[in-house]
Design a protein around this ligand. Structure first.
Ligand code: ADP
Ligand code: DP6
Ligand code: CO
Length: 326
């Protein structure tokens, strides 16, 4: 009746951007990510037949009505899957800023899915868990696995073939991911809202769809060959293309701040100095910079010196879902 699970966030190298089915969280395109060691969520789920509703605590505080309703809708999907009826007390701790574009929804929903399923006494494989987590937040389906992960979009209307698969283990390629925290406030436009508006209104979205599967194939072949410079060029271009689609939306929006651009420029300068570093940005102002492990200290110093950069977290590829006690 109770279980604790931990899942780590992930950073997309090829972005998930747009849904073809909002209820089932089916994406328009496949995507690719690295799970991070430094940022994670730990969630405890206790089912209790005496409860009349789910209760959700985030970082020790009871969540508001809207947030609790969102979590409860996701729990309904897990209850449906398990054929269970009980409500639960859910206590979650984010070792990551919430809703700041650092993928708290990915670690949060993956940890919740894993803990809830285990608390109900079910043993499921990674693929099944990935499909469940997907229905809490799309990017969460990738956080089931560590290392490099691909979310295959699938073709079927019921979502049965839309799940993540591991590509490379966390120790198979030594890379550093430097996460620059510019602002830890909640973002104005959630990923969910931003991608929906873009799909519905941006004339640039067609260009995204025309090229993203090609980007993915190129990224996968760069990963297979451990070709960092090639992977870097592809992931940087893919991120810029995703953000470009938001400028064409109605009304238009942009996740960047001035410091976002400052970091991007600095990465370009690093490359001019002969240090291989590449950036990517999810749905928020914060920039993540990828570099070789040997360069991480030099890159960290450069990034930390940029005014507007609050903190730089050094991350490496992290593990998949695990179960407590911790
Ligand atoms: P982010 O970039 O942090 O993923 P999103 O807008 O995608 O931003 O998602 C933020 C939302 O994810 C939060 O508003 C909340 O609904 C959900 N979330 C964050 N942390 C958790 C958690 N620990 N457990 C469940 N849901 C969470
Ligand atoms: C830009 O998974 O947060 O970070 O499925 O609506 O919960 P929902 O959205 P979410 O979107 C992530 C978008 C992204 C790119 C990515 O992580 O692939
Ligand atoms: Co998210």
């Amino acid at each position: 009746m109770e279980a604790t699970a931990r899942a780590h966030t992930n950073i997309a190298l090829i972005k998930y951007w747009g849904k073809r089915d909002e209820k089932l969280f089916l994406p328009m395109n496949s995507s690719l990510s690295i799970t991070l060691d430094k940022f994670y969520t730990t969630t405890k789920v206790v089912f209790d037949p005496a409860l009349k509703a789910d209760r959700f605590f985030l970082n020790g505080k009871p969540a508001g009505a809207a947030e609790t309703a969102k979590i409860s809708r996701f729990m309904d999907k897990i209850r449906d899957f398990a054929g269970a009826k009980w409500y639960a007390v859910i206590e979650s701790e984010n070792e990551v800023p919430t809703a700041a574009g650092l993928a708290s929804s990915a670690s949060g929903m993956a940890a919740l899915a894993a803990a809830a399923v285990k608390a109900l006494g079910l043993q499921v494989d990674g693929r099944t868990l990935s499909k469940l987590a997907r229905q809490g937040s799309g990017s969460a389906c990738r956080s089931i696995y560590g290392g490099f992960v691909e979310w295959q979009k699938g073709e079927k209307a019921d979502g049965s073939d839309s799940y993540a698969v591991p590509l490379l283990g966390r120790d198979d390629w030594e890379l550093s991911i430097l996460s620059c925290l510019l602002e830890s406030k909640q973002k104005k436009i959630s990923s969910r809202e931003g991608m929906k508006r873009t799909v519905e209104t941006s004339p640039f979205y067609a260009g995204w769809l025309e090229t993203v599967e090609k980007d993915l194939a190129a990224a996968k072949s760069a990963i297979a060959r451990r070709d960092f410079a090639l992977l870097g060029r592809i992931l940087e271009a893919n991120a810029l293309k995703m953000h470009a689609t938001t400028l064409g939306a109605d009304p238009p929006f942009l996740y960047w701040q001035s410091a976002t651009l400052d970091v991007m420029r600095e990465v370009e300068l690093l490359r001019e100095r002969g240090i291989e570093a590449y950036f990517t940005i999810d749905a928020g102002p914060n920039v993540k910079v990828l570099c070789g492990r040997k360069d991480e200290e030099a890159v960290r110093e450069t990034l930390a010196a940029i005014p507007g950069v609050q903190r730089v977290f050094i991350c490496h590829p992290g593990p998949g879902v695990s179960y407590g006690p911790y």
